[in-house]
Design a protein. Sequence first.
Length: 269
Amino acid sequence: MTPIHSLRPMARLPVPLLALCFFFMAVRAHGMETPTTIHLLSYHNHPPFVTGPEQGLTFDVAKSLTELAAGKWKFQVRIVPRSRLDLELKPWIQGQCTPPTSAPCGDDWSVLWVNPSWGFGGPSENGFHWLKMFEDSNAIISLKESPVDYQTPESLRGLRFGGIRGHQYVGIDDLVTAGGIQRIDGNHERDNIMMLLLKRLDVLLLPTSTIHYFLTKDDAVRESAPKIHVAPVRHQYFWRHFLIPATRKDLEDLFQRWLDKGNFQSIDK
């Protein structure tokens, strides 16, 4: 056995080489960090936002933002009913989640495709920041053999109107309540289109981005596209936005960088 006093001391690494080793160790450790999950919330469970399992614009946005975040954040989609979203956002809408309050509100989220006028009012201007995504509209759809020349909600008087269960329609609901329009609700936008083609409805309302998807991407609806009339006059025009907690300027900056790349320029409005 070699006496301890006769062992040679370990050779010291040169300072530059030692620094280089620490640098690579730090880079490796950084690369192994788990990205923070940011939830992208949406209640728009229809094309073009959701077109199938893990498919559609909402999932495309999540993937693209994750790539842009470069390992810092992972964006994960959560499709929730509007009633559930309202419940989760209630403290923010009531102004309980931003300074000088100290309520423990989680801010690891953003909401897609919404508009400030859709029930996010009140004190929400202090609790949320908004970034425009793209302009959309609501289109009135009928059959070409009996086209509806839409000008105002009064144009729908006496007709069978196809709505989506739980949705509200400005100006139209008043006429429904007064008995001027018969409203027949469905559970899905595509179901209403098929009901129209079967002549069980006279007219329906869909986002222009949605009807454009069905007329160009859905095989069954595309075959019937020559039968469908889209009224030139829109029921409403509106912008779809990112809704962002006011406490997350870092997310707002990332989203703005992403928008500056020119996303959504190809969406038909």
